[in-house]
Ligand binder design. Structure first.
Ligand code: MG
Length: 382
């Protein structure tokens, strides 16, 4: 029996890569549900190729278009946020791959956990927003989280077979993004196109900006904290510009285990979908004689204040991660629309983190109210 898969965000970068993985493992993986935000044409193409039971288009204005194009099929079509949450709640799948972008991915993660469906998690914002709530939900459910983020997949692979007691540090690697060496005094001149050019990984727009501010690495610290249950002081960041080592663990005897490969998201996606197996794949492989020198640097917290914001939010817990994450969603959106400058992203994020109404044990309702406040707060900057 093939594993039954649903993919949230199937027309985004992670979704498209996931469907490539599924295409090459047709007899092992079967698509049951697909959801997309607004790319109606690509969703329709995917639906015709993979023949899921149902799909959802979140942007309701595209519903008639999708419906019209799939008129002659038996595929059920949902729409809107409600349709997305309906599909995320289904328990007739084995794994839900959450490739959504930003805070909107958090509730679908919880829906799948509550339905006892395993979650292949690319949407790290779920854990940044609601790490504690998700951990509690996991304790009550049969569901497991499988990391898709390349660093966390690497750590997950390194930890296999080790006693957690023997592990001293988790070491997250990060490329440092496109502005690792740019003169800081020119950061106000950074254009959207410059920030979207990641040196190694090809990714969606939001995460490319997060990589340029290194907010992404900060969020990955938070993600690692909730996924692997390590103390904050045992989660380290090492800048490794070549992105060949995807992350490492340091054991108590000084041994280091690193997971390496070409930077290709299909590898961690496939591992999350075929765990615990490493199945033969057709993608490009690492050639040691081509990849050049591997180098390492300290992360520069002054250049990239967003990293420090992530550590601060994790020390505070409660609503701090959600306030930071929501602010970052909105500030990145405003940067992408050319409404604010690049160095204002960390300033806005910090202001939301420091000035929001902090709650120790927030409910989902509290997070929704916080969302309204942060959205207004971020609008106030110009
Ligand atoms: Mg990553």
């Amino acid at each position: 029996m093939p594993k039954r898969i649903s993919i949230l965000g199937s027309t985004g970068s992670i979704g498209v890569n996931s469907l490539e993985v599924i295409s090459h493992l047709k007899n092992k993986l079967e698509v049951i549900y697909l959801t997309a935000h607004r790319n109606a044409d690509l969703l329709v193409q995917q639906a015709l190729k993979f023949k899921p039971k149902a799909i959802c288009i979140s942007d309701e204005s595209k519903y008639d278009d999708v419906k019209g194009q799939l008129n002659n099929t038996s595929i059920k079509i949902y729409q809107g946020r409600e349709g997305l949450l309906e599909i995320a709640s289904r328990d007739d799948v084995d794994i839900m791959l959450n490739g959504l972008v930003g805070a909107s991915g958090m509730e679908p993660t919880l829906k799948a956990i509550n339905a006892s469906v395993d979650v292949a998690l690319s949407n790290k914002e779920s854990l940044v927003m609601a790490g504690e709530i998700i951990r509690k939900a996991l304790n009550k459910s049969k569901s497991k989280l499988f990391p898709v983020d390349s660093e966390h997949s690497a750590i997950w692979q390194c930890l296999r077979g080790e006693k957690l007691d023997d592990v001293r540090n988790i070491i997250l690697t990060g490329s440092g993004g496109p502005f690792r060496e740019r003169e800081i005094s020119t950061f106000y001149d950074i254009k959207v196109e410059d920030a979207l050019k990641h040196p190694n990984w090809s990714m969606g727009r939001k995460i490319s900006i997060d990589s340029a501010t290194m907010m992404n690495k900060g969020f990955e610290v938070i993600e690692a904290y909730w996924l692997f249950n390590f103390k904050l002081e045992n989660i380290k960041i090492v800048v490794h510009p070549q992105s060949i080592i995807h992350s490492m663990i340091e054991l108590k005897d000084g041994a280091i285990k690193a997971q390496m490969g070409v930077p290709d998201m299909k590898v961690p996606i496939q591992y999350a979908l075929t765990y615990p197996r490493h199945i033969t794949s057709p993608w490009e492989r690492l050639n040691f004689f081509d990849c050049g020198d591997l180098t390492f640097q300290k992360p520069d917290f002054k250049r990239f204040p967003c990293i420090d914001l992530a550590f601060r939010s994790l020390k505070k817990k409660g609503t701090a991660g959600a306030a930071l994450n929501l602010a970052n969603d909105y500030s990145v959106d405003r940067f992408l629309k050319n409404e604010i400058k690049f160095p204002e992203i960390p300033k806005i994020n910090e202001s939301s983190l420091e000035n929001h109404n902090w709650i120790k044990n927030p409910t989902l309702e509290d997070l929704k109210e916080l969302d309204i406040w942060v959205k207004e707060h971020v609008k106030g900057f110009s």
